[in-house]
Write a protein that binds this ligand. Sequence first.
Ligand code: AP5
Ligand code: MG
Ligand code: ZN
Length: 217
Amino acid sequence: MRLVLLGPPGAGKGTQASNLAAHLGVPHISTGDMFREAAASGTELGALVSSYMESGGLVPDDVTISVVRRRLSLEDCGMGFILDGFPRTLPQARALDETLEEMDATLDAVVNISVPDEVLVRRSSGRRTCSRCGRTYHLEYDPPEREGLCDDCGGELVHRSDDREETVLQRLHVYGERTAPLVDYYRSRSLLRTVDGDSSIDEVFERIRSALEAAPE
Ligand code: AP5
Ligand code: MG
Ligand code: ZN
């Protein structure tokens, strides 16, 4: 299964992609996670992307596209993948089409997770992320068993630096300008499934599963 998860910051892409990846047995590929890892380990890529992420802007297309092309060429993508947070611009969507063509593959579906803006801000402000393995929690909606520590690896939970309210609002603005047009792009290719993401994590997961079995919009 080759899937793209589309949706604004805080919509639940990472949460759902990680559950879907476990369910389908394919890798979860998050450009945001890859960039954060690069920034944390101080690589050249990390130094390049940090300032864009801190300000809530987008990393340039050429950088992002080459990272994803390299990732999709790895062997574990042979049975499929779930892309979370890529593509985010029309040039990225076209580059993905080209890359898939070279792989002699096609996308099965694009799931658009739709959530009202005020809920998005609440989700981002309560989000905590494991500094070691990247797993996501929410102080109110999805808390860890032991306060401040990851259930999976015991790592320290941190508030993402781009989850400050003013940066979240900037990310929402950028989403509207640069990424929202992809909804029409994928609708016109008969790949789009819109799912109401304003419900519990488990309920949204079930909605995605049934949307994948239904006809595209
Ligand atoms: P990225 O890391 O992709 O951030 P994002 O798209 O802004 O999305 P988020 O990760 O904030 O939200 P999410 O939808 O994954 O929600 P989550 O599941 O965590 O990108 C970060 C930055 O990297 C970008 O700003 C950009 O600079 C750069 N970048 C990345 N990709 C790029 C690209 N392709 N091109 C250029 N630049 C790029 O959930 C949010 C919270 O809500 C969590 O706390 C979770 O526990 C909780 N939650 C989830 N679902 C529910 C639910 N149903 N009910 C209640 N709580 C819920
Ligand atoms: Mg995410
Ligand atoms: Zn962890």
